[in-house]
Write a new protein. Structure first.
Length: 351
């Protein structure tokens, strides 16, 4: 093998929520976000099919996870990591590069992270929780990094947006205090396991560099869904990016980051069009589409997997048509994971 190779193990276009992706270089094998969850009630497939596909996804991911060297967990939503007792042995003899569970994390993800690390630590007879964390006191206000997003004039929406951002700032101040009260989850170190909190860090394995972003909003600014980390895998100048849950990306600065990295292969979760009118506003969708078009026009990746949240909606292609048309115009292979694997997206089987 003389290149970065990747394989979408399971994605939403295959009928269960997931972004599980295998990446291999001549040095190392990596599985990103090995988890899967059942499709939402509004997904058009019958309930028994949703259950079947979730189980199929989990078992396929599990068997791949058993064989890799490194597992990456970008955040603690159940469709992004294996947590069930029957699958915990995938963490034996592994290097784990994971989202820091002590900071830039909402309460529901923190609870899940504690459960996961306690379950893993129990396998080795150790305790993952320490004394109260000192995290939070010196944390920079995350909105300050979003120079591009803050510079945009949204016209009639400006006042409403300013109120939303101010509410977000207040919630963030409460979260900073919350993080300081938490018992710290420690990075686990035993002969059979190495857990590294990866936020903002880079790791080198032979000629392979695995580099992580600082925590990024899960979608729009101050999203109640929390934070994620995205990853760049580089080998001899070739680059692969897995965004995790940036929902588009919605935020302009995150699109700028992708463009600056200039990836050859990009795996990106599209916007939540199935939540249009609820979680996703028309303005949010417009931002996500414009950001994706900018990425295509400026980074010109060879292959783009455009999937995850997007493929929960049978109208995904119509609602993001400008993205697909831009890819076609530029000669960029933009595909769902199922199409990359030679299959029709499952959501289209039930319309």
């Amino acid at each position: 093998m003389s290149d970065i190779k990747f394989n979408p193990i399971w994605f939403d276009s295959l009928g269960a929520k997931s972004m599980a992706t295998l990446v291999e270089t001549p040095d190392i094998s990596i599985l990103i976000d090995p988890g899967a969850a059942r499709m939402q009630p509004g997904f058009p497939a019958p309930e028994e099919i949703k259950t079947k596909l979730k189980r199929e996804a989990l078992h396929k991911i599990y068997h791949v996870a058993k064989k890799v060297d490194i597992i990456i967990i970008s955040h603690y939503h159940h469709d992004h990591y294996l947590y069930q007792n029957e699958f915990l042995d995938v963490y034996f003899n592994k290097i784990l590069l994971v989202k820091d569970p002590n900071i830039f994390i909402n309460k529901s993800q923190r609870k899940r992270a504690v459960e996961l690390f306690r379950s893993i630590a129990k396998l080795y007879g150790i305790e993952p929780l320490g004394t109260n964390s000192d995290s939070g006191y010196d944390v920079e206000e995350p909105i300050n990094r979003l120079k591009h997003a803050l510079s945009i004039d949204f016209g009639d929406y400006n006042e409403r947006r300013a109120n939303i951002l101010e509410s977000g700032r207040k919630r963030f101040e409460k979260m900073r205090k919350y993080w300081t009260r938490l018992p710290k989850i420690n990075e686990l170190r035993v002969p059979e396991l190495q857990v590294n909190f990866a936020d903002g860090k880079a790791f080198k394995f032979g000629d392979t560099i695995v580099k992580f972003t600082e925590p990024l909003f899960h979608g729009v600014e101050y999203s109640s869904l929390g934070w994620v980390i995205s990853v760049v895998i580089e080998w001899q100048g070739r680059k692969f990016i897995h965004t995790s849950d940036l929902s588009g990306p919605v935020i302009e600065d995150y699109a700028d980051w992708i463009i600056s990295e200039n990836p050859d292969i990009l795996v990106v979760d599209g916007p939540m069009t199935y939540m249009l009118g609820y979680v996703t506003s028309s303005i949010t969708l417009k931002r996500a589409i414009e950001n994706m078009i900018r990425i295509l026009e400026n980074a010109k990746p060879e292959v783009v997997i455009y999937d995850h949240h997007l493929l929960r909606d049978s109208l995904y292609r119509e609602r993001t048509s400008n993205v697909w048309e831009t890819g076609k115009r530029l000669g960029i292979k933009i595909l769902t994971a199922s199409e990359y694997l030679g299959h029709k997206p499952v959501v289209l089987d039930y319309v």
